[in-house]
Design a protein around this ligand. Sequence first.
Ligand code: BTN
Length: 246
Amino acid sequence: LGQSIHFHESLPSTNEAAFRLAADGAEHGEVVVTEQQTAGKGRRGRVWVSPKGLNLYFSAILRPELPPQRAPELTLVAAVALAEALRETDAEALIKWPNDVQIGGRKVAGILTELSAEPERVHFVVLGIGVNLNAGPEDFPPEVATTATSLAQALGRRVNRALFTASLWGRLEEWLDLHHEVGFDPVRQRWKELSSTLRQEVLVRTDRSELRGVAEDIDASGALLVRTAEGSLERVLAGDVEQLRP
Ligand code: BTN
């Protein structure tokens, strides 16, 4: 990962830049990095606040040998690598399903994967990661002021961006290789160890409905399994989770 790095002072979104490069034939492992984004994209159409110089914003181009329906596994691979890289700095990072990485219940990093595929074959995946490294409370807009944090805020000291980036890319490469060679199972096991969602009472909002219950497990494709009060086990592939305090 990162044998070829496309660095920019400013971009609308590294995901969009990487998507164009990949469509023009860029290779597996090429990475787009920027100092700031003017239109950083979050999941579900949200904005990813991307002030200059403080944080890490990048997108990696992947050309996995996977059928399209298994592509979502890569998001969980990235969440595991992120949580481990954060924990290496002594922060108690945990993963909230599916792929929010949090410290002390506040979001410190996000992952946005975008896919170009035919029914039978993945052309490429753009794996976009944003990590709040040195942002202070004043750098977050009021909408996320109480739900977001940065690694520096959690640790009480500034973080070296180059060192953190090198560590994260190393972990990502290790986990991507293991996933490629062995499959999803070790990723799923590690994800479960690092998860703050399992065994919790949750409220899940999907595009169509709301569901309440206890998050029991993730299945072999990364879907969340929720036991409802009525006793049925519901499978959730995509949605937002609110962890309710019992
Ligand atoms: C989320 O909503 O949690 C996902 C946030 C993903 C943000 C990163 S920053 C680098 C890359 N480029 C983007 O426009 N988004 C992702």
